[in-house]
Every structure is written in structure tokens, then in C-alpha cells.
Design a protein. Sequence first.
Length: 472
Amino acid sequence: MGVYVHFSDDQKYRANNVDLVDFLQRRGEKLIPSGRDKRLASDRSITVRGNEWYDHSAESGGYAIDFVRQFYGLSFPEAVTMLLGGEQGEVYRPASQKKQEPKQPFSLPNPHSDMRRVYAYLTKTRHIDREVVSFFARAKLLYESCEKSKDGMKEYHNAVFVGYDENGVPHHAHKRGLYTEGTGFKGNVDSCDPAYSFHHIGISNSLYVFEAPIDLLSYITLHPKDWQNHSYVALCGVSEYAMLKMLELHPNLNHVVLCLDHDEAGIEASEKYHDLLLEKGVSCDRDLSIHKDWNEDIKANNGLPAIPAEEHPQHLIRDEICRELTETAMTVKSNCSANTLSALLVKARSYLHWGQFSEADECLREMCRLSVAAAAREYRQMDHSRDISAVQSRLHSGFRTYENRGHLKTRLDLLESDIMALRDFERVMTAGEKEKLAECYEHIAAHGLKCAILLEKHRQKMEQAQEMKLSM
């Protein structure tokens, strides 16, 4: 029986009121400025401000306790204890101590008298075509700002990418620092409306979607043919609001090409937007840069060092597991039942409890193998064209990284629920029911795959932590 931990209302209030920016920075998390918020570098779909957080991918959020429970996989008592400093006696700053700045109305940064620095930065440092830069400058979508520091002693120059609403009123501005040394500043101006970020509307039915304005300009530089006929939007982050607004305002746009970064965050967002668009009846393709993003491709084309592409870690694990399932498919026994799968799940949980990760992984893979074979068997008995190769292909292509961001325990609970659902089919069935049974087996295989991936991620993380400890 677990130990009950009592917290007073005052303790719970103080824990829930911890400033998450202060908390995360003191725990070594890297945060990226995002307007008035901070974005987690390790998961750019999550933003924090004061004691509040929001996961733009999962479309959920809350306060400090819920954040720590979800982000670190802790129980309620563990989360409260961590936020209150735990045994180390470390006290995190409450959000209420931070001076709350009143929200200012949106306004464009002050313009400079010329665009000399913008042209030099975009054409010489970023190697973007000069005619492309001039087009957006003439359209008043791009200009150079000149802003004073708070003490008035310094001047800061930025490229400003402006987003207008359907009436030609500016509602969004994204700033990019023009300095070539170190990491340049980039961020949205306070009080922007994310639905109206930097964009161009053409006459064709295609909308090209990017993370940042420089990605957009780089893509046009690489694909100049009739580019003005098409529509383009930079999300200025990885939230979908601007893309959906463009589709709402321009009904002729019925084909979207996702051109997000070739890295973990870009891949995850692309999968989510692809599914979202298909649900809305919008056809969707994806165009991947060879390197990390389209500007890195331009650098490579000019013989400069370029940041390589980054595949999603979960995709790499998925590919290895699915490859192993395919290689062993012919040796799998097709007799699969709720009892067989339940026994494997019990064994997997026991192995996990004792830290025997390899044994737990094998149990999960065996569940996938059995479930795939069982689904194929049910389809075959119905004279369905979906053979074992098709079921394996659906398992591979149906995996979504954005759906597999929870904790292993939660995923195992979902797996258990699917296994229990098999008991509803332990009788004589109609053809329609047999098809539902086959789909149930596919769901079990999908949950088993997700569990195996989360387990491998956990194992890799523990190995990295151990290596770091040994190297200290």
C-alpha cells in the first residue's frame, strides 16, 4: 500500500505558483524566447510564462504542478515535493513575485532610414536571391528596424517580417537579428496575432508552409519558377494558426505542402498537421530539405558548411522494430488470445519493475508479432486483401510521433484496455465483427509498438545519464 503524503493548502498553493521559467532554468533546461513566453528547446511545442504552461501540440496546459507531473512523469506528491524544493531545501521563485507587465497593444518596430543591413544579411550571409528580397521589401512585408536599448545608449537593427490581415492592417511582426557573429536574435513582437504571420498569397491552389520567414525566402530562392503564383506562409514557430487562417480566408487553397525543418520538432509538427489537414479534406504533401532546413541547403549549394538533417529518434526506433518484426513474421504462431497477450503484459510490467529492460522489450515485441499475425489471420478468413505485409505496412506508416509523447505507464494502461476488449469477441461472430476483431488486434500492435519505442527511449536516456556520471 502506498504512503499517503499530506500537503496543506498553503503548500499546494505555493507549489502551483512556482515560476516555471526560474524552475526550468535552475534545472538546466534551455529556454528560447517566444514573444512574452519561453519555449522549451527540448520540446518546442511547449511554452511557459510565470506559473502557466501550454503544450501547443497536445492542445493542453495548466499550472506548475500539472506541468511537473506531465513533463517529469511524477505523481502528485512527488511533483509538489519537487516544486517545494524537496530534501535539498531549494526554494524556487513564486510567479507572483515577478512584476506582471501590462499587455501592450501590437505595434511595428520603428523603421530605419534604409535597408542596407537587411540586404547585406539576407543576400550575402544567407545567400537569398536579391530579387526575392526586393519583392517582399516593395510589398512592405520586409523592412529594417532601428530600436534603442532601454538606456538609450545602443541601437539594434533587425530584419522585420510583417504579417497583414485581410484588410491590409499589420497584426504580426517577426524580428531577426542582423549580426553575423554568434547566435542571432529572433522572435515575434509582443502582442502579435499568430493567425496573421508573414505570408504571400498567389493565384494557384497550393499553400507552402514553413517554420520561419528565412526558410520561406530560401525555398523560393531554390525553387524560383513561377513562385509568385503560389501561396506561402511562415508559422514563426510550429503552431498551425497561420496555416489554418490562410485556408479559411482563401477557399481556393486546397493543397498544402509542408516544408518544415528536417529535425525532430519539424517532423513531429508535420505529422500532426498532415493528419489535421486530411481531416479537413485538404490534400497534403511534404517537401523535405536535404539538410536541416532550406537555408542550410542554400549554404551547401554555395560550398559552405551546412547543418545536417536530423531524423526523429522515435522514427529510428520504429524502423528498427518494424524491420525486426518483418524478418521474424514467418516464424510467428498465429494462435493469439486475450490470455496470451495479458500474460505477456504482466511479464513486461514485472521486468520493468526490476529494471530488466531487454526482457520487457522482448515481451512487447512478441505482443506486436502475435497481434500482427492475428490481424492478418482474421482478414484472410474474410477473404480480405489485407495480408500480413499490408498489416505490417499499416503498423509502420500509422505510427505518429506526436501521439507518443506520454509516459510508458500510461501507454501500458492503454495497451491493457485494448487487450481486455478482445474478450468481447470470444463467441461466434458476424463478418462485420470479425473485421472489428482484426482492427482490435491492429490497435494492440500499434500500442505495443509505441510502448516498445518509449521503453527504448527510456533505456537510451538512462545509458546517457550513466555515461555522463562516469565521465565526471
